[in-house]
Design a protein around this ligand. Structure first.
Ligand code: AMP
Length: 212
């Protein structure tokens, strides 16, 4: 099963992808997580990506497609994958088609998650991540047991630079202008299932699993 998750930042793609990992036993591939790992390890790719990420801009398509090409060659992708945060532009979607053609694969479903922008701003400004293991929490809806400390690995929590209020608005604009055209791109291919991302995590999970 090869699934694409599309939705604005903060809609819950990462959270919901984890449920799909359990349900289908296939990996979640998050370009955002891969880029953040590169930034943390100060690789050349991370150094280049960081300036775009901190400004709420997209990292260039060529960088992302190169990174995904090597990710697809890893053996855990053989049974399928959940693409979380990729593709994010029409050129990326076209590049993905080329990569899939080369591998003799195709996308089975494109899940489009949506909630209104006010809710997104609220969710993103209270989002915190673990410095060590990347687990994501929300101060309002899903807090840790001890304030500022990861429940899983006791790492310190931090607020992503791009979750600061001034950058959130920019990221929503980027989503509207550059990513949302993918919805018609994949609707034309008959692959889109729209899911209401509002409400409790569990309610969204049920909607998503029944859409598949
Ligand atoms: P995310 O964790 O998916 O919200 O991604 C965080 C940031 O990483 C985005 O705001 C972009 O700067 C960058 N990024 C992640 N995925 C992509 C992508 N597919 N194309 C371009 N930039 C990306």
């Amino acid at each position: 099963m090869n699934i694409i998750l599309i939705g604005p930042p903060g809609v819950g793609k990462g959270t919901q992808a984890k449920f799909l990992v359990e349900a289908y036993n296939i990996p979640q591939i998050s370009t955002g997580d891969m880029l953040r790992a590169n930034v943390r390890e100060a690789t050349p790719l991370g150094t280049e990506a960081k300036k775009f990420m901190n400004a709420g801009q997209l990292v260039p398509d060529s960088v992302i497609l190169g990174m995904m090409k090597s990710r697809f060659s890893e053996p855990d992708c053989d049974a399928g994958y959940i693409l979380d945060g990729f593709p994010r532009t029409i050129p990326q979607a076209e590049g993905l088609e080329d990569l899939l053609n080369d591998m003799g694969q195709q996308i089975d479903s494109v899940l489009v998650l949506d909630v209104n922008h006010e809710e997104i701003i609220k969710r993103l400004s209270s989002r915190r991540s673990c410095k060590e293991c990347d687990t994501v929490y929300n101060l309002l809806f899903d807090p840790t047991t001890s304030e500022g400390i990861c429940d899983k690995c006791e790492g310190m929590l931090y607020q992503r630079d791009d979750d600061k209020p001034e950058t959130i608005r920019q990221r929503l604009d980027v989503y509207t202008n550059q990513t949302s055209p993918l919805i018609s791109f994949y609707t034309q291919k008959g692959l889109v299932k729209k899911i209401n991302g509002a409400g409790k995590i569990d309610a969204v999970k049920k909607r998503m699993l029944s859409a598949l």
